[in-house]
Design a protein around this ligand. Sequence first.
Ligand code: GLA
Length: 728
Amino acid sequence: MAIVYQKEKRIFTLQTQSTTYQMKIDDFGFLLHLYYGGRIDGNMDYLLTYYDRGFSGNPYDVGNDRTYSMDALPQEYPTMGIGDFRNSALVIKNHDGSECCDLRYARHYISKGKYELPGLPAVHAKEQDAETLEVILEDQISKVQVRLLYGVLEKEDIITRSAEVINGGVSGIVVEKAASASLDFVSGTYDLITFYGRHAMERNFQRNEIVHGSYVIGSRRGTSSHQYNPAVIIAGKDTTEDYGKCYGMVFVYSGNFMCEAEQDQYNQTRVMMGLQSDLFHYSLAPGEMLAIPETILCYSNKGFGDLTIKYHRCIREHICRGKYSDSSRPILVNSWEAAYFDFDGETIYRLAKDAAELGIDMVVMDDGWFGKRGDDNGGLGDWQVNEEKLGCTLGELAGRINDIGVKFGIWIEPEMVSEDSELYREHPDWALQIPGRKSIRGRNQLVLDFSRSEVRNHVFRQICDVLDQGNIEYVKWDMNRSITDIYSSTDSQGRTAYDYVLGVYDFLEKLREKYPQMLIEGCSGGGGRFDAGMMYYTPQIWCSDNSDALDRLRIQYGTSFFYPMSTIGAHVSAVPNHQTGRSASLHTRGIVAMTGAFGYELSLAKLSEEEKEEIKGQIRRYRKYEELIRKGDYYRLSNPFQDEYAAWMHVSEDKRKVLMHVVMLENHGNMTVNYVRMRGLLPDAVYEEAETGRSYYGSALMEAGLPMPVELGEHLAYQFVFYAKDSE
Ligand code: GLA
């Protein structure tokens, strides 16, 4: 039993293999948070303390007890209006304009299996692998109900949290702010680790102390964004890769979000994750419900490395779905950096022919194959094949490519419309715009109102018509601007940003259902929507528009904290690199791209014979280690923001097969030797390094490390393969 309720004490205990989460319904019906952390026995209500706190109000029903204040007590789901002046998880505006929601326990249910959320992605699990706790809280006056949802995946050390807000009253309400998870810590000082960035430089690691006041990250861009990833770590001050306490909060959502971290006047810490409150005023008529996207919680007392392995497993096995969630991915070559908009059917066919020669599985025809799309100023919304440009039909092109043994895929950007398009001329009101104002353009395009089903259905039909023209085994779903002009002609009450994201999910779900064999790769100018929500529909996502190997090392480092390697689209591109002008060797580019869902993004025709041979070797090696990369335990072995080298490794579940990659970031005269300390090995096993045949004890490789060669050259990269031997 992962979830236990003690009736007399009114305490809920959620147990996973190595963590415990506990909460209590107190005498006044408030749901108080007791504990989340390493697995413990017994009740933690002794942690609750009561003192007379000046200027911290007391609920009326506690009588004259001035020691009882919601401003000081740890809570499960703090709301606005109950005398807690810290950040609220839920802010509701009632019919009379008051902002108050006083939630008290009503009832609860414990069941087998994992709850689902209507229209939203969420962790999934087999009935026997998860349990669900529902706690229903209610405001006696407004009759607003909140259904707190907890999913417990015992074996995975994962607890999910979500909430549904139901207007059980007789008048309309507006949800002004809604988080799915709030964590209160009564003691300790913590750091907050966030992953900030920008287009083409996503997910940089940033560690800040949580101090008095409130620190907020989030997105108002309509997508989860390049600027902040919707996933954070709360860490002890001394926590490192393999030591110390840390908590993860991963939001399973692809739109506007907000994470707030606060240290209060009593040195207590509160961190919450949920929907962005700006651009959001979700009206609920009597009987209506709002589902708040899920947050995946995980705790480890063994450092970031252990937290990472748990999140990777959870996302790979309990977020990703479908054929490709657990099978090898095609190695693809994408036409974007090879040809940009300048191609015809022959260009794509020749790319496929070269791909076949090298052993590449699939060719992807990126942007430019539809409507009038000679550049990025027009054509979006007109999802009809431009046969004049291609010089053939799509079916013919796909057929010719399949005939030479290569799979075929295409790029789409369904959420967008160009003003210069038939679609916009016919339905200008389908683009998001505020009446009477000129829209804000981004990449010279507008955003379709995907909160409206007639808009989605129209685009869906067009895209299916294209996909039905040939054997198309892959689509890259792109989204190339931030959303502005939030307004919908069918709803002006602040629902649009949220309903838009649910519209995207609805479209993706229908696409998955209609084409279950097709691989959908997510993309938003690279990693602008790289989140667990999208991974529910798209098991891999183009990690960044920056394909420079050196920058990618840092981008992939940040990405690796939560997201498994199988989700990270990574390609070898040409040099000098198109984003940085920098050149790294083909070998180094190959090693960096081999960390994820591997592919190429360059003109194969321009390669020398020598380079072609090298690529054949890369492909052979990738195929050999693909399963280990995709499913193995991933360890970061350096911090590429600080160290002279980037190093990481993949270890099989039985710990007997190891792949380690090292890329030198700095080279100096009379260079010092770098020793890379490995992780996750069997200490007593003897590992043989495949190339040199030299043997080492696992303990030695982990304690003392492996010396890296000192060689002349820029950004040299090394691949080491180790196998555990049965005897020395
Ligand atoms: C975005 C993507 C690129 C490419 C272009 C096409 O920038 O991230 O990979 O598909 O759009 O316009």
